[in-house]
Ligand binder design. Structure first.
Ligand SMILES: Nc1nc2c(ncn2[C@@H]2O[C@H](COP(=O)(O)OP(=O)(O)OP(=O)(O)O)[C@@H](O)[C@H]2O)c(=O)[nH]1
Length: 194
């Protein structure tokens, strides 16, 4: 059983949002910004929240914001930067584009923690979700060495760590839907309003 005091919430909110064209964290679903959904799902489970983004708009949310250590290197850099700033053994890492995420799903990741696993990621509909995952802080050096080799593929970095998946049943699959395009935004609005 992991104590809330041992878990930091890390929200990745950098990147280019090139497919959407505007910062995804500030898209709204029922008047609430997407990033706030990630914050609200994390809150009951973590002692602290860190937002990793070079965009200063995120300061308005009232949480600690840090910038990427290595710029424009994608989620591997965002996770590495967040883990470096974290003061706890465990970290729930979330993207900012999953407005249907729930605390229940995140609790399942925590419940699956064991002696061995360094990364525990959600698996939904046959897809692994490395940005809905529990990371141990001690993997930060592994991620750093990949960045130093200019390896930016998150799945490659994860493969080098002890990892496992938590398979979500049908009732939780919508919670992991992410939004990259305007079509996906429309889909998520339809799911939410249903
Ligand atoms: N801190 C940080 N977060 C990132 C970075 N790249 C992507 N993210 C975050 O990771 C999550 C998934 O991002 P993607 O949708 O794959 O990438 P994106 O750059 O936001 O969007 P595209 O340009 O459309 O691929 C989102 O929450 C992004 O905010 C980065 O370089 N640094």
């Amino acid at each position: 059983m992991i104590d809330k005091a041992d878990i930091t919430g890390i929200i990745l909110a950098g990147g280019k949002s090139s497919r959407m064209g505007t910062d995804k964290g500030f898209l709204k679903l029922n008047t609430k910004p997407f990033v706030q959904y990630s914050i609200d799902a994390l809150k009951p489970l973590v002692s602290n929240i860190i937002i990793v983004s070079d965009h200063s708009e995120y300061d308005s949310l009232g949480y600690k914001r840090i910038t990427d250590d290595i710029k424009e290197a994608g989620p591997v850099s965002g996770i590495y930067s967040g883990l470096k700033a974290s003061e706890t053994t465990y970290n729930l890492v979330l993207s900012c584009d999953i407005p249907l995420i729930t605390t229940i799903v995140l609790q399942k990741l925590i419940d699956a923690a064991d002696e061995d696993s360094e990364i525990i990621q959600a698996e939904s509909n046959g897809k692994t979700m490395p940005l809905i995952a529990l990371y141990k802080s001690n993997i930060r050096d592994t991620f750093k060495s990949f960045l130093e080799q200019d390896e930016r593929r998150l799945r490659i970095a994860i493969k080098a760590c002890k990892h496992k998946n938590v398979v979500l049943d049908e009732t939780h699959q919508n919670a992991t839907l992410n939004v990259n395009t305007k079509e996906e935004l429309k889909h998520i609005e339809d799911v939410y309003n249903h």
